[in-house]
Design a protein around this ligand. Structure first.
Ligand SMILES: *Cc1c(COP(=O)(O)O)cnc(C)c1O
Length: 379
């Protein structure tokens, strides 16, 4: 075999559902000297990372750390640690990521009780109440920001119902953390996971998680071992806690990136960052609507960092996506999952959550749509 060519990826504007572009300062952090994962200097970096993560999650939870793996690893960590065989779990499904949650709960031996909402709509708390009334439930799981539909799910009412029942509340904040208000303590969230490549703007590879004292008590009261050795928080926390017991080699350079990104969040201010995402997202949404395009989510449940746009009738959605990438260097997403209606998903996350970046995609979309042939009505 001849030597494959050296890496030479084209710089893109990443406006899909993730990853988002990474701030140059964060990339520079990843080029700093690698040190050992038990080096006293690294341990200080770990402690700083944990402390800053608590601020971003708005929690006092002691068990707050980045899982080594992408957002899905955080999801699996929450499910695997909270669910034991036979546990009845209410899983809310208003898009692709809720479905994935149901699959994970079932793989861990949980009994899945599904509560569903149609595409583009949030879960109705009354449906959760009805599901809880059906039997003693260990856990209610839900996605806060459904990246497959652009819907922001209100959480407080469902949290109240969950706690009135005595169940644990598990929430996916992969696309909201750092881009939308997330209030782990105030909203009574017991197990929460996120990812780094969306609104935090770090390359994919880490999944911040946080467990409330109630979640830790449930973990400690388990009758069976956590099915995954790698994601077993009773083992992982021994490394991230005072004992520093080797469990796995932390991805040192990714932790540098997270540390630097969290410093960035702290210096910008969490509220200012939420506001920046909100401004950029609302601007994009208003401009899309002004062009006669239709959004999938209703305005009162519309996410700022991710906008799902219906592909106009007789326009070839994937072809437009491909042209944006090839002719304009802009990546946007398409529909996710076999039952998704024809859509484009446009992300304004992290470093990219700016009006100038929204203008880039709008101008490119105008240019492409102006000379796109329309499909014949029978196509
Ligand atoms: C992206 C995403 C995930 C999965 O994260 P990965 O980093 O792709 O593993 C989970 N939930 C939601 C809502 C997401 O948007």
């Amino acid at each position: 075999m001849s030597l494959p060519p050296p890496l030479n990826p084209t710089a893109r504007i990443l406006m899909g559902p993730g990853p988002s572009n990474v701030h140059p300062r964060i990339l520079q952090a990843m080029a700093l000297p690698t040190i050992g994962h038990l080096d006293p200097e690294f341990i200080k970096i770990m402690d700083g990372t944990k402390a800053m993560l608590k601020t971003v999650f708005r929690t006092e939870n002691e068990l707050t750390l980045p899982v080594s793996g992408t957002g899905s690893a955080g999801q699996e960590a929450c499910v695997a640690n909270m669910v034991e065989p036979g546990d009845r779990c209410v899983v809310c499904i208003h898009g692709v990521f809720g479905n994935r949650m149901a699959d994970m709960v079932a793989r861990n031996g949980g009994e899945v009780v599904k509560v569903e909402a149609p595409w583009g709509q949030p879960i109705d708390p009354a449906d959760v109440a009805a599901a809880l009334a059906g039997g003693k439930t260990k856990l209610v799981a839900i996605v806060h920001a459904e990246t497959s539909t652009g819907v922001l799910q209100p959480l407080e009412e469902i949290s109240r119902l969950t706690h009135d029942h005595g169940a644990l509340f598990l929430v996916d904040t992969v696309t909201s953390l750092g881009g939308h208000p997330v209030e782990v303590d105030a909203w009574g969230i017991d197990a929460c996971y996120s990812g780094t490549q969306k609104c935090l703007g770090i390359p994919p590879g880490l999944a911040p998680i946080t467990f409330s004292p109630r979640a830790v008590a449930a973990l400690e009261a388990r009758k069976s071992k956590v099915s995954s050795w790698y994601l077993d928080m009773t083992l992982v926390r021994a490394y991230w806690g005072q004992d520093r017991v080797y469990h796995h080699t932390a991805p040192v350079l990714h932790i540098y990136a997270l540390y630097e990104a969290l410093r960035e969040v702290a210096s910008e201010g969490l509220r200012a960052r939420w506001e920046r995402h909100n401004r950029a997202g609302s601007y994009l949404q208003d401009e899309l609507k002004a062009r006669g395009l239709e959004l999938l989510a209703e305005p009162e449940h519309q996410l700022a960092p991710l906008t799902a746009v219906r592909v106009p009738e007789r326009v070839d959605g994937p072809r437009v996506q491909e042209r944006l990438l090839r002719e304009h260097g802009i990546e946007i997403g398409g529909g996710l999952g076999p039952s998704a209606p024809a859509m484009w998903r446009i992300g304004l996350m992290g470093y990219n959550a700016r009006v100038e970046i929204a203008d880039r995609v709008l101008a490119a979309l105008d240019t492409v749509l102006a000379d796109e042939p329309t499909l014949s009505p029978t196509a």
